[in-house]
Design a protein around this ligand. Sequence first.
Ligand SMILES: [Zn+2]
Ligand SMILES: [Zn+2]
Length: 432
Amino acid sequence: MGNDKKKNVLLKSGKIIDPVQGREFVSDIYIKDGIVSEIKEKIEIKEGSTVEINAEGCVVSPGFVDMHTHLREPGFEDEETIESGAQAAVRGGITTVACMPNTRPVIDSQSLVRYILEKSRESACNVLPVAAMTEGLNGKAITEMGLLTEAGAVAFSDDGKGIKDSKLMYEIMRYSTQLGALLILHEEDDFISKSGLVHEGHYSTILGLDGISGLSDDLMIARDIMLAVRSKARIHITHLSTKSGLEMIKKAKEEGVNITCDVTPHHLFFNDSCLTSFNTNFKVKPPIRSEEDRLALIEGVKKGVIDAVASDHAPHLDTEKNTTFKLASFGTIGLETLFSAVFSKLCIEEKMSLPKLIGFITTSPAGILGINAGKIEVGKVANITVIDTKAEEEIKKESFISKSKNSAFIGQKLKGKIICTISKGELVYRSE
Ligand SMILES: [Zn+2]
Ligand SMILES: [Zn+2]
């Protein structure tokens, strides 16, 4: 990766999806020296070093943007590294990820933001650092958000933890408003979620597992909407899990609050009946909730109340997952199955159009993050994903590229296979 001998690539006869215009058309694309140089019906190339890829019958999409992922570096390199996470991302057709700051040390200083950006330069996809809102995620002292923005932080989050102190949250919002910074909020009331393992409901009762009430998310969403009204902050609620949370966000949007939100593929795909398997890969935060919640989230995507789909890729070792439900770590990986999971659920099952779905994983998250990505444009660096939407694959543990294999989707048959990914102008992934 990162060599200067970029091979030219000719994508032949793919169906190009333009999520901005919501249209699709068949065309060739020629990528020369990493730049999209031509998009037209028939391109004949004579240059010897061109890799030709037959994309006939396949979909050609802008590279996906995943605005919520955990790459575990620095500090937990046995679970994932920036490099291994980037390789997993491009296998999933993702060419840009925003990575969360709950590493060790926490991304709360300019030097660590620069460290991530430096690593990003050598890695297979674009990696954008999200910096912490509080020092060391301590929930007490605000970080130097101005300096962190200057260093290149794309947004701020204390992901993994809710901010308990409402006054502090208000101060963070006021500061972010001055800077024009985006806050990505993990909404959890620790006092409510405390010893909880799964969604509090029918299944937590019959299985005898400690529950986490939807109130844990909802109380914080309600508070933060009120604080955002007062502070005029730009807030993004991540991994939305409850129907009631969605309703609050809908109302806030109607009232002109500067708020957006995302949902994960696993919250769209599963409901809490999955817990009967006692598979610890279903132990995630916020928990996979009831069918009523799941259906509401799907409606939320269809109606555009939800703005983006993000993986919340959370790598954990076998030793952290092959244990009791009580002791297992929270989280599922999600980079490599991001597209196939949502495509299978939303397009195949729920009949959503493909250009619309692609918008949720390209232009929309790019717009929220304020980055130039999610488009295929002549004259710009190529970030492109080719998908065979007819291919179906059973998800197998051993086929993951990610260092960790804790996927909630193992055993599922998913449609939509990534054929190749061109990221930062280079052909970085090709399926065999
Ligand atoms: Zn979170
Ligand atoms: Zn997360």
